[in-house]
Ligand binder design. Sequence first.
Ligand SMILES: [Zn+2]
Length: 255
Amino acid sequence: MPFLHRNNRAELAADWQDLVARHVSAWKLLDDQERAVLATHLEVLVTTKRWEAAQGFELTDRVRTVIAAQAALLVLELDLDHYCDVDSIIVHPSTMRFDRTSQGPVPGTEVCGSVDLLGEASYRGPVVIAWDSASAAARHPDRGHDVVLHEFAHKLDMLDGTVDGTPPLADPDLRQRWIEICTYEFDELAGSDGDTLIDGYGATDPGEFFAVVTETFFTLPTELEAVKPGLYDLFRAFYRQDPAARVRRHGRTLR
Ligand SMILES: [Zn+2]
């Protein structure tokens, strides 16, 4: 783990709206009411969460504002208490390489190696983000990936204490549909040949499935709705947002 440079105290940038308008593509699709909510969420995230930069990287207003805006978009229609477990956000300039030890193929053995990560979220721990990937995704959602949406989605999944691909769902009917449809779609993705709208990484486990589908739901919403309408409806019900309708209302795709 690289030495971390603490830069915890932050204020909302005076030009936050200009930064979001220039660097977060989704902003132009939001109506006035949604922009007002996003602004409120963004300010809370910037000013109350602890922001840290990896050594050699400088936290700027743009870095904090873009990451906070993407995280705010995820919970635009949910309570910000959904991020109660996010106490710090650690930003690295680029892909992170970590040494990891995992269980080997023979019981009782361990395999040591390194893994490259764009981000990471741990239970009751920080959210770690690679800035270059986050920045590119905020500007080019049509690529279908967004590390900020992915890692903060993991935090939502963790709210009930387990990473199982099922975030807290108060409605028992929705919860039942969630389990049925996500189980079916997870198995379908796991058995696919790799040429899928939903990234194959989602077949790693149910937790990754939720995070990856969240990325697709927000970045390629009309495509997901067309290909997987049942799955799209589930995520629309949970997030209480309809990003495909937003794209249609705007009269063109995000591209
Ligand atoms: Zn993940």
